[in-house]
Design a protein around this ligand. Structure first.
Ligand code: TMP
Length: 225
């Protein structure tokens, strides 16, 4: 990753990471946090559902207990609200980099497309919980569900979502594709069925593109060019 331009250093930066379970995003979240810290930025590395004591309690329920899709959606948005108010918004106000492992796109993908829950209700909850606030960049690690399933099969005992069928994850992936189509400027789709080194090159390129766009937007006379 190239050095961030001086003009962008004091502005908060919100990046989210998405993908079906087994997409392999964790290594790259850690790598990006290291890269920003090496540049002297303060990084808040966090996750959803979770990121606060209350939201982590809600996470345990969402990942462990059977429930209907509205209950599940309400719990993830309740966790998100607490996380936003107590962690994300204050960190952005301090000018930090917030790297968030999943955000609202996951709710549309998992509860909306995976479970088939009402997208309009989700859009209303999204508006209530975070209004216009969205990540500046969403890195979508896109991997074929069969590849992700093979990766998960080698891992620890699966939680409620990890135990879902390939059909479920095919719908979740379609949900991410729909979110990208609705807001293409925010998303970078990263084909993730490759080596970690190859994926990392794309992660760096997407973040560099964002930093350059911010630099252009903050340089007088550069608007609209
Ligand atoms: P993680 O294992 O990547 O930390 O994600 C937790 C699980 O919760 C993952 O299977 C996706 C799921 N999830 C939802 O179903 N809805 C959401 O809104 C979020 C944030 C996660």
């Amino acid at each position: 990753m190239t050095q961030p331009p001086a003009a962008t250093v004091s502005r908060g930066l919100f990046i989210s990471f998405e993908g079906i379970d087994g997409a392999g995003k964790s290594t790259h979240i850690d790598g990006l946090a290291r890269a920003f810290r090496d540049q002297g930025r303060t990084v808040t590395l966090t996750r959803e559902p979770g990121g606060t004591p209350l939201a982590e309690k809600l996470r345990a329920m969402v990942l462990g207990d059977a429930m209907d899709p509205l209950t599940e959606s309400l719990l993830v948005f309740a966790a998100r609200r607490d996380h936003l108010v107590t962690v994300i918004e204050p960190a952005l106000a301090r000018g930090e980099v917030v790297l968030c492992d999943r955000f609202t796109d996951a709710t549309f993908a998992y509860q909306g497309y995976g479970r088939g829950f009402n997208l309009e209700v989700l859009a209303t909850l999204e508006q209530w919980v975070h209004g216009g606030l969205q990540p500046e960049l969403t890195l979508w690690f896109d991997v074929p569900p069969a590849v992700a399933a093979a990766r998960l099969a080698q891992a620890r005992s699966p939680d409620k979502f990890e135990a879902e069928s390939i059909g479920f994850f095919t719908r979740v992936a379609a949900g991410y594709a729909a979110r990208l189509a609705a807001d293409p400027r925010r998303f970078a789709r990263i084909p993730a069925d490759r080596t970690p080194a190859e994926v990392w090159v794309d992660v760096q390129a997407a973040v560099d593109a964002l930093l350059q766009a911010r630099q252009q937007a903050s340089t007088p006379g550069q608007h609209g060019q």
